[in-house]
Design a binder for this molecule. Structure first.
Ligand SMILES: Cc1ncc(COP(=O)(O)O)c(C=O)c1O
Length: 364
């Protein structure tokens, strides 16, 4: 029986061809292919600037640094996210302040965000989990009223939209990930999006040892202290190749969600998390809330079906430990949340098999 994977990257001939070109050209650093990839991404999401970096973690870190976040500052992040969001704040020397989520979407609760604001709050980083838009209009209004910088963690939300606008372009800056489980991958990689020309220059300096333009490592000016988060031509070659399949992938992701929606209809024991596809949301990974989640994941695995359990709430990790009762929704729902197979290789027949197997389990 076919093994159904929850996610896997796909690399095609276009990636190999462009990569061969880069290798033959012998310029393997951050270069012209990087610029081409940055420009393609900026055009696709509809923003002025995109700055390629090594990962989304470094993208969030750089965005925080560019916003002036440092020691003594607080950065508000949701309790339900990949730990990278909190770690980026910690890397910047700030305190990551965790807030609870909403049951409906598993995204940051605007009320919890507002309640956590202190005079030290410098930035807020909402996350669009599985491509599902956080409540940006409310979060942005609260942030504005308190002079807090809004930086979006759009790691899982490339090409997902809210009210016709791409996620990652609402805040002062937005951050994308091109790690292997994403719509497109460059192995590792990320991008900071912004419309602000000054931030654009600052981000370029920060990603490359304080240099505002690509240098030689020789007699370059370094007006500020920076880091090395360059995104190489090699990564960009893979990224440019991946873009060839974009339309196909977007269509696939939407079809996958609709197939699950159809096959899980009427199944009260399992809640499919929402995706407003008709309004432009792109559900990168299909996710559900279900009792006996770990048992179900095992049951599926034994029958050749992969899934992925949700992250543990960040407040349960040793570096960020806080009492459960401060995060009632994340504490209750994350251990019941599961990503179902959403890989490009998953067919509608596979979805039917996954859902039949789930019904079989729930009937026990
Ligand atoms: C919500 C979220 N934020 C941040 C990251 C970190 O991205 P990267 O692995 O590119 O550093 C990821 C995933 O990889 C993620 O899912």
């Amino acid at each position: 029986m076919k093994k159904i994977t929850w996610w896997e990257p796909e690399i095609g001939q276009a990636e190999r061809d462009i990569l061969a070109e880069v290798l033959a050209g012998n310029f393997v650093n951050d270069g012209d292919y990087t610029t081409r990839f940055e420009e393609r991404i900026a055009a696709l999401v509809g923003c002025r600037y995109a700055v390629g970096v090594t990962s989304c973690t470094s993208a969030i870190f750089l965005a925080l640094k560019a916003a002036g976040v440092g020691p003594g500052d607080e950065v508000i992040v949701p309790d339900a996210t990949f730990i990278a969001t909190a770690n980026a704040a910690t890397m910047a020397g700030a305190k990551a302040v965790l807030v609870d989520i909403e049951a409906e979407t598993l995204n940051m609760s605007p009320a919890a965000f507002e309640a956590a604001i202190t005079p030290r709050t410098k930035a807020v980083v909402p996350v669009h989990v599985s491509g599902r838009a956080a409540r940006l209009p409310e979060i942005a209004a609260i942030a504005k009223a308190h002079n807090i910088v809004l930086i979006e963690d759009a790691a899982e939300a490339f090409l997902s939209k809210l009210d016709g606008q791409s996620l990652g372009t609402y805040g002062r800056m937005g951050c994308l990930s091109f790690s292997p489980m994403k719509l497109i991958t460059t192995g590792q990689g990320g991008m900071v999006l912004t419309n602000d020309p000054d931030l654009h220059v600052l981000l370029r300096q920060l990603k490359d040892q304080g240099r505002p333009v690509r240098g030689t490592g020789g007699k370059d000016p370094h007006p500020i202290v920076g880091y090395n988060f360059k995104f190489t031509n090699i990564q960009a070659a893979v990224g440019l190749g991946q873009l060839d399949k974009l339309d196909e992938r977007v269509a696939h992701v939407k079809a996958m969600y609709r197939a699950y929606e159809k096959n899980l209809k009427g199944l009260n024991a399992m809640r499919l998390l929402p995706s407003r596809i008709d309004e432009g949301e792109l559900p990168l990974w299909v996710d559900v809330v279900v009792e006996r989640r770990d048992e179900l994941a095992r049951y599926l695995r034994d029958r050749g079906i992969d899934s992925r359990e949700y992250w543990n709430p960040i407040h349960t990790q040793p570096s960020y430990r806080l009492p459960d009762d401060r995060f009632p929704t994340a504490t209750r729902l994350l251990p019941k949340s599961l990503w179902l197979p959403s890989a490009f290789s998953v067919t509608e027949a596979d979805v039917a098999r996954v859902c039949d197997t789930i019904r079989e389990f729930l009937a026990q």
